[in-house]
Design a protein around this ligand. Structure first.
Ligand SMILES: *Cc1c(COP(=O)(O)O)cnc(C)c1O
Length: 405
């Protein structure tokens, strides 16, 4: 039924009832227009398809958008985190604080540098790192903090910056979810020492795969630019241009982490559409909030008044202790209704590798452990229609009504 919440008393499809919808609704999908396609063709018809003029244009557009002095396009957000940490001198023996409720990429980047990830539990209310617990975990080896703006909701940057300032610790924001988000009127990407963004297929804007690093620090920017391209001190594409220097010199041990002009061609047009994308995400998230907040068996992410939420994903936490099904049961039941769900994330301390290497215990991070076992991402993206949102609400209500204790 269009625009109506109407199926809540019916039998779930997984029990033999009729599904809420006929066509499968994936949990995430990119929205690519003709402008992106034309720009990619234009790039392919040009003489430069790797890092070149379009990457420079995308970097310029991006830094103007977030209001940072510098932007460096890279192959992924993970690569961005790695070279941000490297440029800040993070090395073996150093400790880097982050949240357990993140994608493995955040922790992995810390390990690439030989440093130790120190986890600070998140809050049940907004799923972000609990900034009040930060200071307790600071030691003389703490060199950096990586807050993750979960789902696009900015962390308590005031408290994080204050603690970082007190102990002379750098702040690298994992802004993979927070492209376009704002904190106290300031765009994410212009607050911490460095911020890293992701353009993976399902993120707020995409280049297929790709990332961006922003900073206001000239020295750091120059270092990260060099680290993103083998450690070589002048851009390859400049070497081949008439004005370019033929000679090159490797001054650092760098990586092959640059973006290509084919990716940047997509990014340039995605960025122009970002604010419209976020408005649609916001409208849909508010519809979901309105209907799902009536369900006592579900915890929603609490919003804040001093932020613009990036609305990258729509997480719900199932109070499985008052349900007859667990998280897998819920996801399977949603799938039978033809609605895809995701898990963002299985917490870092619960991953096999991290558990084995660092002896992490669930009791050390009670909130992240609780959330990690119960969190589900519902579909939320601009390619959806309002009817798709009603389908999601109908399916959730139908399943919860059927399986509540
Ligand atoms: C997606 C994601 C990343 C990694 O981004 P890539 O561009 O795929 O490297 C890092 N952190 C978080 C929180 C993410 O969701």
């Amino acid at each position: 039924m269009i625009g109506e919440i109407s199926m809540i008393d019916e039998k779930p499809a997984i029990e033999g009832g009729a599904p809420v919808r006929k066509e499968f609704l994936p949990v995430g999908r990119p929205l690519i227009g003709q402008e992106e396609k034309d720009e990619v063709i234009d790039t392919l018809n040009s003489d430069w398809i790797s890092k070149g003029p379009k990457t420079k244009r995308f970097e310029n557009d991006f830094k103007n958008y977030v209001g940072s002095k510098y932007a460096i396009a890279v192959s992924s957000c993970t690569a961005g985190l790695h070279i941000a940490l490297t440029a800040l001198g993070i090395k073996a023996g150093d400790e880097v604080i982050t949240t357990p409720l993140t994608f493995v990429a955040t922790g992995n980047a810390i390990l690439y540098c030989g440093a130790t990830p120190v986890l600070v539990d998140c809050k049940i209310s907004d799923f972000n790192i609990d900034a009040a617990l930060l200071e307790d975990k600071v030691t003389e080896n703490t060199k950096s903090i990586i807050p993750v703006h979960f789902a696009g909701l900015p962390c308590d940057m005031e408290k994080i910056q204050k603690t970082a300032g007190k102990y002379n610790i750098s702040v690298i924001e994992d802004a993979a979810h927070a492209i376009g988000a704002e904190y106290n009127g300031q765009k994410i990407g212009s607050i911490g020492d460095v911020s890293t963004f992701s353009f993976y297929a399902t993120k707020n804007i995409t280049t297929g795969d790709g990332g961006m690093i922003t900073t206001d620090n000239e020295e750091l920017a120059a270092k990260m630019e060099i680290l993103s391209f083998f450690g070589i001190s002048s851009d390859a594409w400049q070497r081949y241009s008439p004005a370019g220097k033929i000679n090159y010199d490797m001054v650092e041990l760098g990586y092959k982490y640059n973006m290509t002009d084919i990716q940047a061609a997509i990014g340039i047009h995605q960025l122009k559409k970002l604010d419209r994308f976020i408005e649609t995400r916001k409208k849909y998230a508010e519809m979901l909030n309105k209907y799902l907040s009536e369900i006592p068996e579900i915890i929603l992410q609490e919003n804040k008044t001093n932020v613009r939420h990036g609305r990258h994903i729509y997480p719900i936490v199932l109070k499985t202790e008052v349900l007859k099904i667990d998280r897998k049961g819920f996801i399977d039941a949603m799938r039978a209704e033809n609605i895809g769900c995701g898990i963002h994330f299985v917490a870092l301390h619960k991953q096999y590798y991290y558990k084995k290497r660092f002896n992490f215990n669930d009791n050390d991070f009670p909130n992240a452990s609780y959330i990690s076992d119960r969190i589900v991402s519902l579909p939320l993206y601009p390619k959806m229609s309002e009817n798709d949102i009603y389908d999601v609400v109908n399916a959730v209500k139908k399943i919860i009504n059927h399986y509540r204790k």
